[in-house]
Design a protein around this ligand. Structure first.
Ligand code: NAD
Length: 488
């Protein structure tokens, strides 16, 4: 049955669905980068509130600033913006249809509709999942990369911006002109200090064209930091077939694990839904939670995914089923990552690692090594480098972390160990591939990519250990290197 408002009541009884009247929802949030994760996470929290008759004035309007988002818009509008969420619990799957998304804006090169909508008084939160690479961070200065072509474009043409930040600045300029207050910009991406990074990006961009506006945004806007957590695989034919198995024709269903966590700084300048009533945590100390999650889960994903790709292992759960990879994961985590993780009130780092091992091992989740290994150019500097830097600073062990980097360098040659080709897997794939090829003869050139590694190549032991592992992977294969590291 084709998913739509009209067919909701005909869905099989076992499938959850909105108990609220969707016609009663009014908009409050614009979400930019409406992919899979947002629907399984933030939108689900809102759905849970709406099921209780709450937050009906916080409906979500979807948006995207990239041409590829138009496809998602078409798919979702054709099904009244409804989404089937399929929870992949190892003890049994379940499905529910959620409805807090009420519209999806046209995707346009000049973002005119998006700006117009964000400048309207109804919008009180603009939230983002635009991926780690979508923040245009300059790795050297930890600020906005003012030399990036897209950012340069937005400085030259602030009225026709290409980027999320350009669109937000323009909408805030219009609001200020109309005497409307600023909205909260809420990043839901996996970046440590995501709120602060977003504030810096928006305010820095505004400063280039209108310093007074920049000061107004900085003083009256809000950019809460948050930690988001729920593993949400990409959707392909298998996921669409899964929805069909429930009798639902949904062209954009979302599968997700049976775990969700959301910790948010309570800093909203124009109100917010009571997400805590649906299980989110509001706290002044997001940093501890996000640091633990980014280091154990997100860096942990990088520990597995590049090795998995090289060994033609399709999913993270399959990696965890491989005894050598599971031992490698555990040793890097316990010896080299956990020493740089601080406990949070509910959980000690070693208990969090046990939880992550169970979540990564969930055989129901087809989270591909390809998806997890995508955009290493953002993910290695964002997730792994802060740990390596702490390890170097504290003179702790770095051998496993250098091996992780060597595995990434080898993956970027574009060939698996069975000689099959790895399709481009990074926004900057051509550059990574060419450096990876040169590094085969001269390993240190990989670490000299200063936009990724900063000055790490000058730190004691890093070049030596990285070069050792890369040579071994090249001459004896990935498994030989992993075995030597774990001492088999
Ligand atoms: P997705 O591929 O389904 O959607 C990504 C969205 O980001 C798309 O709308 C895309 O157009 C947009 N985007 C990409 N680059 C952009 C750019 N430069 N500027 C503006 N928009 C850009 O991915 P997803 O699963 O929804 O994940 C998105 C993000 O959510 C992740 O990168 C991560 O930060 C966060 N997240 C995801 C998961 C997960 O398991 N999928 C878990 C936690 C957090």
């Amino acid at each position: 049955m084709k998913l739509s408002n009209d067919t909701l009541s005909q869905l099989p009884q076992t499938i959850g669905r909105p108990s609220y009247d969707r016609a009663e929802i009014s908009p409050g949030i614009v979400h930019i980068g409406l992919g899979n994760f947002h629907r399984a996470h933030q939108a689900w929290y809102l759905h849970a509130l709406m099921q209780r008759g709450l937050a009906m004035d916080w409906g979500i309007i979807g948006a995207g600033v990239r041409a590829a988002d138009a496809g998602m818009r078409d798919r979702l509008l054709a099904q009244d913006c409804l989404t089937t969420l399929i929870e992949l619990d190892p003890t049994g799957r379940s499905a529910e249809v959620i409805g807090p998304l009420i519209d999806f804006l046209p995707v346009e090169a000049d973002n005119a509709s998006l700006i117009r909508c964000m400048a309207g008084s109804a919008i009180r939160i603009v939230s983002l999942t635009v991926t780690e690479g979508g923040y245009y961070q300059d790795a050297q200065h930890k600020g906005l990369d003012l030399n990036h072509e897209d950012i340069r474009h937005d400085i030259a043409r602030p009225d026709r911006p290409r980027t999320v930040f350009g669109a937000i600045v323009e909408a805030l300029r219009l609001r200020r002109g109309r005497g409307l207050p600023a909205f909260t910009v809420q990043s839901c991406d996996n970046l440590q200090g995501n709120g602060q990074i977003t504030r810096t990006a928006v305010v820095t961009l505004a400063q280039q064209t209108d310093p007074e506006l920049a000061a107004w945004i900085d003083q009256t806007g809000a950019f809460p930091n948050s930690m988001v957590d729920c593993i949400v695989p990409a959707t392909g034919p298998a996921e669409i077939a899964l929805a069909r198995g429930y009798g639902i024709e949904d062209t954009a269903p979302v599968t997700h694990e049976n775990y969700r966590h959301w910790v948010i700084e309570d800093e909203f300048c124009a109100g917010r839904p009571p997400w805590d009533l649906a299980g989110a945590i509001f706290t002044d100390d997001v940093h501890g939670y996000e640091s633990m999650k980014i280091r154990v889960l997100n860096a942990g994903h990088q520990v597995l995914a590049n090795a998995g790709e090289l060994l033609s292992i399709a999913t993270i759960a399959d990696c965890m089923k491989d005894p050598l990879l599971a031992d490698f994961f555990r040793k890097v985590q316990t010896a080299e990552i956990l020493p740089h993780v601080t406990a949070v009130p509910e959980m000690a780092p070693k208990d969090y690692l046990t939880l992550i091992e169970a979540r990564f091992s969930n055989p129901e989740i087809r989270d591909t090594t390809r998806r997890v290994a995508y955009d290493g150019s953002s993910r290695h500097p964002g997730f792994v480098m802060p740990i390596l830097r702490d390890a170097v600073r504290s003179k702790g062990p770095i051998d496993g972390l250098c091996l992780v980097e060597a595995l990434w360098a080898q993956m970027c040659t574009g060939l698996r160990e069975d000689a099959s080709e790895i399709a481009p897997n990074d926004p900057d794939w051509e550059t990574r591939k060419s450096v990876a090829e040169r590094a085969q003869k001269n390993p240190e050139v990989w670490l000299q990519q200063s936009q990724i590694y900063g000055d790490l190549s000058e730190q004691p032991g890093v070049v030596e250990r990285f070069s050792y592992w890369l040579s071994m992977i090249r001459s004896q294969g990935c498994r030989a290197a992993l075995s030597e590291y774990i001492g088999h």
